[in-house]
Each structure stands twice: as C-alpha cells, then as structure tokens.
Design a protein around this ligand. Structure first.
Ligand code: B12
Ligand code: SF4
Length: 476
C-alpha cells in the first residue's frame, strides 16, 4: 500500500508571508498520522507551502508515486484549497482513495462532502489511519463508526452533525514519523538567548505535543468543543524519551496548554535536568498558571525554557470576561513581571475586537509600550467555526468565515472605518517591532540576519496597513 499525506499551502498571502519569514513548523499532525501506517507500507509527506506552484507540485508527486491513498490535513482557512486539491487528485489518479482529517474536518465535516472526497476523519488521525489501512488491505468498507465517515453513507448527515467523537487513549496515539520531512526547512525566529552570541536567529526547530485539550473554555477557542473538555496527558517519561531523540536543539511545544498540571510539568523538567538533556524550549502558558506557580517556571528556566507565549488577550477586566478567559488584568501584569524576573522572554498575544473604537486602540497602544522588550502579536477576534459564537454571528460575516479565518482579516464588521482599523493594527506592530527583544537584549545575532528580520517586520507592518483594500469599499 502506498500513502501520500498532503500539507496544504496557506491560501492567503499574509499567512504565507509569516510562514516564509517568521516561523514554519513541521507538519506534526501528518507525521503522527504516518506513525499509524504499518511499517511495511510506503508513505510520504508533501508540504505544499514549499512549492512554487502547489497544484503542479502535487500533480507531479501523484504521478511519480502513484499512491493508493491520499490524505489531506487543513485548518478552516485551508478547507477550500483542500477541496480543490482533492479534485485535482481524482482527476490525476481516479482510483486513489482521498481522505481528509484535521481541525476543519473535525468541526465541520459536512464542508468536505464533495464527490471527490471519499473519507472524512474526525478527531485523532494516527489511530484512525491505522484502522483505514487495515480496512483497505482487508477489502472492507473504509468508513467505520463516528470518527471515519463516508459522505456517501446514508448515516453521514447525522454523524456529521453530532459532537466530535472522543479521543482515543493517549498511549494509543502513535509517535510521529519525523524522518518523512526535510527537517532543515522548519524554523522559528528565536529572539531569546542566555548566551552572548548566537549563530542564527532562524534555528531549526522541532515540535512536540505532550497533551491534548484544555480544561478552560475561552469563547474564541474551539479546543474544548473538539476535545469535549478532556485533557489527555502523556507521562513525563514518555515525553522526555521523545525529546531526547530529537535532533534539533530548539523545541516548540504545540500543546493547547501543557503547563496545566504542575506535578507533571515539574517531573518533566526534573527528568530533563537529571538526564542532562540540554535543549531550548518555547511553550504556551496561561498567565494565571505562571502566577500560581512561579517556582515551576523557575525550574523550567533551568531546564531550558527560553520563551513563553502568553495569550494575555486584553488588559481590561471587561474584555477578559467577554472572552471568558478567566484571568484578570492584575494576573496578566504579575505574569509579565514573573517572566521578566526569571529572564524568560515573553511573547504576548492580544486580541483586537472588531468593536474597538479610538479610545480602545489608544489604551492598548499604551499597554503595549509598557511591555517593551517583549515579542508581541495581535489577532482579530473571530468566532471559530464549531463554536456557539460562530452560530451567533453567522449572519454578520463580511468575509468568507472559513477562507478568511486567519485571525488577521476581520470577518466581523468593524466599528471604526475598516481603513482606520487596519491603520491602528499596523501601528501596533510598528510599536512592537521597535521594541522587539532582538533590538533590546544584549545578545549578538548575525548582523545580516538581524537586518533581514527587521526589514521583513516593516514589510509586514505595511502589508497590514493595506489590508483594508481587500474589503468592499465603504459606503460614503
Ligand atoms: C501549533 C499551532 C499553530 C502553529 C502552526 C502549526 C503548523 N504546523 O501548521 C502556528 C503558531 C503557526 C499557528 C498559527 C495559526 N493558528 Co494555530 N494552532 C496550533 C495548535 C496549538 C497546535 C497544532 C498542532 O501542531 N497540533 C499537533 C497535531 C499533532 O495535532 P492536530 O493538529 O490536532 O492533528 C491531529 C488530528 O487533527 C488529526 N489530523 C490532522 N490532520 C489529519 C489528516 C488526516 C489525513 C487524518 C486522517 C487525521 C488528521 O490527527 C492528528 C494527529 O493526532 C492548534 C491547537 C489544536 N488543538 O489544534 C492551533 C490551531 C490549529 N490554530 C488555529 C488558528 C486559528 C491559527 C491561526 C489562523 C491564527 C492564530 N491563532 O494565530 C494561525 C494561522 C496559521 C496558518 N498557517 O494559516 C486554530 C484553528 C481553528 C480552525 N478551525 O482552523 C487552532 C485549533 C487553535 C484554536 N484554539 O482554535 N498555529
Ligand atoms: S486556555 Fe488556551 S487552549 Fe484553553 S480554552 Fe483558552 S485559548 Fe483555548
């Protein structure tokens, strides 16, 4: 059996820009799916974001490899592209079985019900693909149960409307087949270092997932819906064994929230230290976790934690409440202080509300200036497909809510004229690029790379400023 797994390219130029210049992570979801395919079978991964012409790149690969099964992954913003790629696959190899999985297939499976898609997987894919392989080889119908659906099955409509199926036991999820990608191509702009001089700002970076789900229910986030509130955790020993095998020195934790369980995270750090594993890590963490357990972050600093992404989202109680973030302004401020005291670089993210007026932007700019010396990003509050908020807002969307679900394009109407909204958005990035840790800290980075990052940063600021042009002109 031959299987080709396809990571689609980002359809919007702004996402492609970010990926080419600031961070490009390996297709871990497809590596895990590949881990479920028996060793005797041939499997390959193609990452279309590296192809000059992604459609032609896929066509060539299909012709050369002649796969029996072609599997696609995709965020909601990539759903339309994935459908086109499935059409191309069937036109090139009519006998190939097409399968789609990933977040969009899990939350809106009906969106993939086209004649060119044979199987839609909801939820975990490594275990699902194991089952698909078994059925394919045994000549059995491929669809099975609530997780492996066929759009041709009479039960499809009912199954697609049901809640996502439960995740399997965590120990059943296969380990990723990292050997299937060119590892030299994946990187993150790494602005933090305890050394005086570092060889590159763009180190090769591996990703790892140590847990699935999150016990919180932020209103903009789909994770609690997908995981039905479950929080599945790998054992510390298992996590550390995987980290020890990684060839990269820089590691990005792609958990939804991996610092939730203090005991587990303490044990992981202790094991890393005891086994002498010296790596640098980036992770997401909630501000309240940092405030509750500063000692945990102090320990992790020793174990190599270099940067922490914190979804601060807002600095007013009212907005935090609206997002159901269950944190406060004071907690956010304290978390920032703790990270600073520990010498861990903060990467804060804020959520702009389409409802922002001039005062809201002015207040946020003030806060952002105070954070100087941190990495900061901004996203636009956009209801996530699969959530109640999406249902509530679905009649108000001003842009296709899937294609433009990149959290940079607003899909909801803005209170300010749209041009003004994006002026402010771009100004915010202007402020943070000027105060970026790369410019502030004492580390010596290669000068040419530093110039590249700064010039790309300013290109990004200008691209954001011009984003309003992608919207209908406003009525006078
Ligand atoms: C790391 C991450 C990123 C990375 C990129 C990761 C990558 N390699 O592309 C970065 C930081 C760049 C990023 C950016 C964005 N992200 Co993001 N990201 C994540 C995060 C935290 C983990 C994703 C990951 O690597 N998971 C690890 C793998 C192993 O798990 P998995 O994706 O769930 O895959 C499993 C199953 O889905 C299934 N499966 C997946 N594919 C396939 C394929 C087949 C054939 C099969 C059978 C099964 C299958 O099996 C997999 C293995 O178990 C998720 C949260 C989440 N729960 O998914 C958000 C998430 C995917 N991101 C999200 C969003 C919105 C974005 C942004 C658009 C905005 C933003 N928040 O910044 C941007 C834009 C990205 C773009 N290119 O367009 C949303 C997507 C919602 C949606 N409906 O599309 C999520 C779910 C976060 C959320 N809380 O809502 N993201
Ligand atoms: S804490 Fe993070 S993962 Fe959990 S619900 Fe909120 S945004 Fe989603």
């Amino acid at each position: 059996m031959r299987v080709l797994l396809v990571k689609p390219h980002p359809p919007l130029p702004l996402s492609k820009f970010l990926m080419d210049f600031f961070l490009h992570l390996e297709p871990l979801e497809l590596e895990i799916v590949a881990g479920g395919i028996p060793a005797e079978d041939e499997v390959a991964i193609i990452d279309l974001s590296f192809e000059q012409d992604p459609f032609e790149g896929l066509r060539r690969k299909l012709v050369a490899m002649q796969p029996d099964i072609v599997g696609f992954t995709g965020f909601s913003s990539q759903a339309a592209v994935v459908r086109e790629l499935a059409v191309l696959t069937k036109a090139t190899l009519p006998a190939a079985v097409t399968v789609v999985g990933g977040i969009h297939a899990t939350v809106v499976p009906a969106d993939y019900a086209i004649p060119e898609m044979d199987i839609i997987v909801r939820g975990e894919g490594g275990t699902a693909f194991r089952e698909i392989s078994r059925r394919f080889k045994g000549g059995l119908p491929l669809h099975a149960g609530p997780a492996i659906l066929s759009p041709r099955d009479p039960e499809f409509a009912a199954l697609a409307k049901a809640d996502p199926p439960p995740y399997p036991k965590i120990e059943e999820i296969p380990l990723p087949r990292r050997d299937l990608v060119d590892r030299s191509r994946y990187f993150v702009v790494w602005t933090a270092s305890d050394e005086k001089r570092v060889p590159t700002i763009f180190p090769r970076t591996a990703t790892i997932r140590t847990s699935y789900g999150c016990p919180f229910k932020c209103s903009f986030c789909v994770v609690h819906h997908v995981m039905r509130g479950q929080y599945l955790q790998r054992t510390p020993e298992d996590v550390v064994d995987e980290i020890a095998q990684l060839q990269e020195d820089h590691i990005y934790f792609v958990d939804d929230e991996n610092f939730i369980n203090n005991e587990r995270m303490t044990r992981i750090a202790e094991l890393l230290l005891a086994r002498g594993i010296r790596k640098k890590f980036i992770s997401w963490a909630r501000s309240d976790t940092i405030v509750r357990h500063p000692e945990l972050f102090a320990l992790w600093k020793k174990a190599g934690l270099s940067m922490v992404y914190v979804g601060l989202e807002a600095m007013t109680g009212e907005r935090l409440e609206k997002l159901n973030k269950r944190t406060t302004e004071a907690t956010n401020r304290r978390a920032v202080e703790i990270l600073r005291e520990l010498g861990i670089t903060l990467h804060a993210s804020f959520m702009l509300d389409p409802d922002f007026d001039e005062d809201d932007f002015a207040a946020l700019k003030k806060e952002v200036k105070k954070l100087g010396g941190a990495e900061i990003t901004f996203t636009v509050f956009s209801p996530s497909p699969g959530t109640e908020l999406w249902e509530q807002h679905k009649h108000n969307f001003i842009k296709d809510p899937y294609v433009y679900y990149d959290c940079m394009h607003t899909i909801l109407p803005t209170r300010l004229p749209i041009r003004r909204f994006y002026q402010h958005f771009s100004d915010l990035y202007g402020i943070v690029f000027r105060a970026n840790p790369l410019r502030r800290n004492k580390v010596k980075f290669p000068l040419r790379e530093l110039v590249t990052v700064i010039s790309r940063g300013f290109k990004y600021v200008f691209a954001l400023r011009a984003l309003y042009k992608e919207y209908e002109p406003e009525k006078p």
